[in-house]
Each structure stands twice: as C-alpha cells, then as structure tokens.
Design a protein around this ligand. Sequence first.
Ligand code: AMP
Ligand code: MN
Ligand code: MN
Ligand code: MN
Length: 285
Amino acid sequence: MASYLNADLHCHSVASDGTLTPEALAQRAKSAGVELWALTDHDEVSGQQRAMAAARAQGLPYLTGVEISITFAGQTVHIVGLGFDASDTRLVEGLRQTRGGRGERAREMSAQLAQAGIPGAYEGALKYVGNPELISRTHFARYLVEAGVCSDTNEVFRRFLTEGKPGYIPHRWATLGDAVDWITRAGGLAVIAHPGRYKFTPNEEYALFSEFKQHGGRGVEVVTGSHLPSEYVKYADMAMEFDLAASRGSDFHSPDESRIDLGALPYLPGQLIPIWELLSERIHH
Ligand code: AMP
Ligand code: MN
Ligand code: MN
Ligand code: MN
C-alpha cells in the first residue's frame, strides 16, 4: 500500500475523551473517505470490538489502536499502539494500572480549581465522562466551558489544567519501556504520538527517539492534527534519521472541538515508509 492512502490512525471515542461512539466514528470516517482506520482511545481498549465490528459493517479496513500515556524526562508523552491483539492479558492489565490513578487525580484537580474560585468541577466533569475509569482533563475542559469560565476548550488549556495553571496535578504515568513492550508483545507496533507537541529540548527529544528505538518502537506520527505543516517536514526528517516508519492521524475528539476532521489531513510525504506497510497482516477487512 502506498503513502497516498487516506489512513486515519488516531482518534478518540466515548471510551476515553471523545464525544462520539465507535459506531458513529466508523460511519464518519467512511463518509469522509478514510481508507484505513484505527480508534486509539487513551489507555483503554474497551472500544476495540465495537470499532472493529462497525468498521467491518462499513466496509472500512481497520487496525486495532490505543494511545498510552507515559512519563518521559518529566513530561507526559503519548505512545500509540497499532495492530495488536486487544485481548492480550499483559497489555490489558498494564492499561488497567495506567488508568488507576485518574480518579484521585481528578479529585485533586477539582480541589485546586475550587481554590481558584471554580467549585464543583469534579461533579461537573463527571457528566461528560463516558468511561468511569477514564476521567481526563478534556472532561474538565468541557465543564469549564459549560460553566461559562471559558468560551472554548482551547481557552481552558491556555488558562487552566496545564503546568503552572490552576487545576494542574502532575501525574506519573507508565514508562516508555513498559508501553512499547505491552504493544509489541501483543503483536502490534509502537508509534511516538504527535512529537511536535512536547516541550523537550533537542537533547531530550533525541533521547526520546533513541530510547524508543532501543525498546523496539517502530514508528512516529508525522502528519497529525497536532502538527503545523513545518512540523510535517521536521518529523519526516526525524523518521528518516531514526529509521522509523511514519503514521498519519487526525486525533479527532469531537465535531465541536476538533480543528481537523477524520480523514482531512494531507497525505504522508512520499519518501517515508508508511506504518501500515509494516502492518498489512494485521488489518481487519
Ligand atoms: P489527560 O490524559 O487527562 O492528561 O488529558 C489529556 C487530553 O487533554 C489530551 O488527550 C487532549 O485531548 C486534551 N488536551 C491536553 N492539552 C490540550 C491542549 N493544549 N489543547 C487542547 N486539548 C488538550
Ligand atoms: Mn485526548
Ligand atoms: Mn495525545
Ligand atoms: Mn489522541
């Protein structure tokens, strides 16, 4: 399969912090002209069976997916897994542990927001939660918009919930090695998600890429809804330098919030090896 495939291998459903069901996403992807799809909920694979069945009903080729939260050099980094066995015990258990701290973190976020004059944020965020094990900052952001504190979720992440701002609670996620291992040992390939979003120094970024390779990671998102066009070029170069395959995904969360819709990104640059070429045996038709 070529680079010029409308593959969308990154998006979120109600099983994490998206607003659409796996079925609605499959339908939206198909209508948008997506030719290969993966649902990649945060730290969660409970939507995979539904996504796969819905994709099959739409005649849409499907790869299993997940987006794992890890801590690297003091920052939160996301590692996407593609084409794994979603019932793999080690992966499922690792993800369950990764989700574990979210409830307590959410209560601490709420306490800090209350101190900043915004009461009831925990209860407010819960109204947007589709999966009780996955309360995230996105759900808080939706509540702060509802409460009239901010006019959209982008404003929330500028004024709250991020480092140095009210409602930010640092959290220790999985390790890079564990996340890559869980994915790889379940038969899938690990991909660095949206590298342009991290605030690493060049040395730290180099360390992330080289340690990721040493652990057996195989790909990097080059064309994503989180990158500027200049970052497509930068990470295409990094993919070549580190001999990584390239991935492409909108990171779609919601029709009301996401800047880039499913299937709406430019193609991968032609000189790269698309990650789906390494996963042809893992595609569900
Ligand atoms: P959490 O896993 O609870 O830390 O929440 C992370 C999620 O919050 C991300 O996956 C995004 O959906 C959302 N998010 C984080 N930072 C931003 C931002 N600057 N702008 C928009 N959404 C963001
Ligand atoms: Mn998200
Ligand atoms: Mn992410
Ligand atoms: Mn994402």
